[in-house]
Design a protein around this ligand. Sequence first.
Ligand code: ASP
Length: 314
Amino acid sequence: MSAYPQALASVRDLQPQQIQKIIEQAFHFKRSGFAASPSLEVHPSAIVLLAFFEPSTRTRTSFEIAAHRVGIKPVTFAADDSTSLKKGESLHETLANLLAMGPNLLVCRHGGDVRVAETLRASQIPWINAGDGQGEHPTQALLDAMTVVEKLGDVEGQRIVYVGDVAHSRVARSGLALFEMMGAEVAVAAPTQWVPEDKAWAKAKKFGSLREAAEWATVCIGLRVQKERHAKAHGADHTIQSHDFRLDKKNLMPLRAEAIIMHPGPFVAGEDLSEEILSDSRCAIHDQVTNGVYIRASVMSGMLAQAVRAGGRI
Ligand code: ASP
């Protein structure tokens, strides 16, 4: 088995040893200030192309910073009014053109476009899913797992609850698969309309309020209300979340002192999280962001080094 997958579309592309290796390497980067590992030598001309067809703050920037830290050159394409998408070019044709320019690694975020997904599957170079509509967000799950290990010592045995709009969250879908593989129990605290119905969640505990879930959990992960995904799935009028699911002092009162509070960001203050939580000593939200750089450095340098060893051209 190779140490890294050829493509990281889903956390299901990862074997347990690969998960461990990625997280260990991320901790190594964190402890050593990005000291290179001999097995992860990056070619000085290696280029990672970041193709972002959906908005992003943390993910895109942390991939860029991580690339600079480990000596990979990032080139970013962000779909905005300055690109030929504005002239009517399709997303998949745009992606095919970017790939034709010969990057060595691709990171792509898109809204779940079928033709973009096909283009990615046919890619001849290693690629990483940075979020695909309601699908998956594997590097978010990895950085969340790293944060749990850092704060609580291990993922195994933790009781992790996703709170809020779980049904539309790719963060929760990837997190569920990864945390279960690593031996945690994962639950949902969501308003009825956002309790996920797919099979993957069938055996997860369901809580009717955050207060109830907080008594049970060792890790509470809040989620943004994914309004941009609601228009297709439901009606625009389902986008108001009851305050029973907001991460705030009152709802988190029953949470134990050694537990942690996380959120993938962005949060909408007052809606899914109350800003008072940022100063709670159990809050690990900015640690997640910091760890995202190390995880992305680990995944990118590992996948790239492996592709070069396998004969991939720079
Ligand atoms: N940043 C996360 C994502 O891209 C969560 C969110 O957008 O609410 O899925």
